[in-house]
Design a protein around this ligand. Structure first.
Ligand code: ASP
Length: 456
């Protein structure tokens, strides 16, 4: 039987009621045989995330200060879920052991991983599933990537397609055998790794929103949900901050073409968003683009020098200065005698004076300008390269909204058009762009994204 790996995020497992929803979802499709849980998340906006409480306990324990209060909250959350579900997963014993371990001294990663570990034990007991501890099957290399041996070990451990398994998210072990976590939000990565290991038909990522939206709902009223989006498009959009999925969760499944489906635990009737390698022609396309996303926190260094194009190695030296100051650059628009580098503003803030001084000394520019705040907006869509009029639509919309465009950038893949505007005009620009592309009239098949997208 083909299998679906379902990862449930923290809010989907925040209390016993959410566990009941998860059970109903898992039971409604026999293919949902492998479940990857996060630690319990917030029950309300003022609540604490279990993982945050665990980090707090470990920090206090290391400093030798009292951690009774945050630990009591950890304890009560797990005991309450166990009690409310009417199951016995041995939580009291596990929690007493963890408290003792904290007093003796354990690593930050070990303590943080216990949120997923204990929640996994609870969920396995509740779903009647076999608990598989990723500490023995997921190996995380020193650079944070997954060791390929993981796939072989997991595939062997999860081989029985008739069984139901629970594999906690967020952690594995390092090459020396110590428990190690991924970066925050890393259960998404675990889910992708498990899906890849068993070559699942689908990786379902259950969260608390009904998929991805075409624009930020804080700026655009009721933006349309995306039905389908490609891995490449999502990469561009999430880089600009529009994602509900961890960045590193795409790669393991993308490499083998397993689709991801973002779904809402609180609205399971909604199909959510599918992330795929190539758009399917049967999905109704109502717009020419996948979505619009943007971020405000960029800075820009602009250098002008007459005959810059004749000076061999000019860009190399400029970027070398940034490298020496450990600043990575995001974009690099240029003209014949000038170029700009766009940088994440937080990366450069306290280094800017040194960087500018070195540019002056090394490159002797005719002029050097620093813009501390610039907003970038990306209009993203497969097959843009083959469509006439996308850029025209972008710039007409911005002109009509009286937005001044400071930067224009389009990558070689022609997957997006990026415009830079002053932060004060960001919201107006984004809303104008959304309105220009999202019309209530369905586009005909000749202009849909699917008909133009290259097959992956
Ligand atoms: N519990 C971890 C965190 O809060 C991992 C996850 O939820 O994906 O970051």
């Amino acid at each position: 039987m083909s299998r679906i790996v379902c990862k449930f995020g923290g809010s989907s497992l925040a209390d016993a009621n959410q566990f009941r929803r998860v059970l109903a979802i898992v039971e409604s499709d026999p293919r949902r045989s492998i479940v990857v849980p996060s630690a319990p998340g917030k029950r309300s906006s003022t609540d604490a995330k279990l993982t945050d409480l665990l980090y707090l306990c470990q920090q206090s324990a290391t400093l030798g200060t009292d951690f009774t209060s945050p630990y009591a909250q950890v304890r009560e959350r797990f005991l309450e879920i166990e009690r409310d579900l009417g199951i016995d997963a041995g939580m009291a014993g596990h929690l007493t052991a963890l408290e003792a371990a904290l007093r003796e001294g354990v690593t930050k990663d070990f303590v943080a991983s216990r949120g997923e570990y204990l929640n996994g034990l609870l969920l396995a007991a509740y779903l009647g599933a076999e608990f598989v501890d990723p500490e023995h099957f997921i190996i995380i290399a020193p650079n944070g990537s997954v060791d390929p041996e993981t796939y072989v070990m997991l595939a062997g451990r999860l081989a029985n397609a008739e069984k139901r398994y629970v594999v906690p998210g967020f952690y594995g072990r390092d090459t020396k055998g110590r428990v190690r976590t991924f970066s925050r939000g890393g259960s998404d990565i675990s889910g992708a790794i498990v899906a890849r290991a068993v070559m699942a038909e689908l990786y379902e990522n259950w969260t608390d929103v009904s998929g991805l939206l075409m624009a930020d709902p804080r700026i655009v009223k009721d933006p349309k949900p995306m039905q389908e989006v490609t891995y490449a498009e999502i990469r561009e959009l999430s880089y600009m901050g529009a994602s509900v999925l961890h960045d590193e969760a795409i790669l393991p499944v993308r490499e083998v073409g397993i689709p991801i489906n973002i779904r809402n635990t609180n609205a399971p009737e909604h199909d959510g968003t599918r992330i795929v390698s190539a758009l399917s022609p049967h999905v109704e396309q109502t717009t020419e683009i996948a979505g619009i996303a943007g971020k405000k926190n960029f800075a820009m260094i602009s250098v002008e020098k007459n005959l810059m194009n004749k000076e061999v190695g000019f860009i190399y030296r400029l970027l070398g200065i940034l490298e020496r100051h450990a600043v990575s650059f995001e974009h690099c628009p240029s003209s014949i005698d000038s170029m700009s580098v766009i940088i994440d503003a937080t990366d450069i803030e306290d280094k800017i004076e040194d960087v500018l001084a070195e540019i002056r000394e090394t490159l002797h520019p005719d002029s050097l300008d620093y813009v501390p705040a610039i907003a970038l907006i990306a209009i993203v869509g497969e097959g843009m390269s083959k469509t006439i009029g996308i850029a025209a639509k972008v710039f007409i919309a911005l002109r009509d909204a009286q937005v001044n465009v400071r930067i224009i950038n389009q990558g070689a893949s022609e997957l997006n058009i990026i415009v830079g505007v002053v932060p004060d005009e960001y919201e107006r620009a984004l809303a104008a762009l959304y309105n220009a592309f999202v019309t209530p009239v369905p586009v005909d098949s000749a202009t849909s994204r699917a008909s133009r997208a290259p097959s992956a």
